[in-house]
Design a protein around this ligand. Sequence first.
Ligand code: ZN
Length: 346
Amino acid sequence: MRLGLDIGGTKTDAVAVDARGVIVERVRLATGFGADAVIATALDGVARIAEATGLSPLEFESIGVGIPGQVDVATGGVSHAVNLGFDELDFGPRLTALLGREVKVENDVKAAALGAYHLMVPPTGAVGGLVPSMAYLNLGTGLAAGLVIDGALWRGSRGAAGEIGHIPVDPNGVLCPCGQRGCLETVASGSAIARQWGSDDPIPARSLLAAAASGDETAIAIRSLLVDNVAAAVRVLVLTVDVELVMIGGGLSNLGDWLLDEVRRVLTSWAEESSFLASLGLDGRVRLVPAGFPAAAVGAALVGAPRASAGAEAGADADDQHDAGGPDDNALDGRRDDERMAEWLK
Ligand SMILES: [Zn+2]
């Protein structure tokens, strides 16, 4: 049995998964704010899963935590977790000391990549033949991807692999918190919608789509920019690593089949103009992470598994602008977009 936690801005998911990777217990808790409160939340999550499974924390094969911000997977240190109310925290070492056992820490998007991969390729123990590679495209407050290559997370030499949200796509675009101009994240993310579509709605995407559906030209333009650039993100991922699948998750993925259909429509239109793109079958590679699946918590549980941890020593993650956030992120109520969207769609 493995235990995984996904610590979000307001909610923490905790799961136990069995040897086949099936979720056997799941609890949701409110996330505390500030370093000590976040540690207490993690301990509470572990205690509640331990109680539900009848196991002591020492009896789990692995305990892993997915958390927003910049994560040094070698030391378990977390920095720039603005939404959680701290800038620097020796998160892994403190949890390890309090629980008396090793705790792995991973950036939440990378953990979700492992969790989404696991949905497509359940761990069977025996890896034979071809293992498909996959990219997880997180459309949350920001835009970022996690890469799973031959069953293991690919972090790159400095942990920046998959930070495609900071690929500039418009030289005349707005300044991004990263210091560049016109990044993909500034046009295809929850924060991009919130910035372009001023609305009292706590879920700007809802208001945007409603306005676009009723013919508002500004809303239609913003919606097109969103869809075109999510499709562009898929194209970047396939052209860079030729992943077999791109799984879309995060808050905007709650737009569901509408988003999937629109992204496929754009990819198909590009294929009609380019025999090269047509030969790559981009539209057939895109999937949605099923709504409600706790990808990051499941992935965190699997971070300690042998296949998942194969690339674990590669180094620290790059600065995760997507959830580390700037002052404008979560301006309305401090919650992550995915949490707001999940509540909206309940
Ligand atoms: Zn940027």
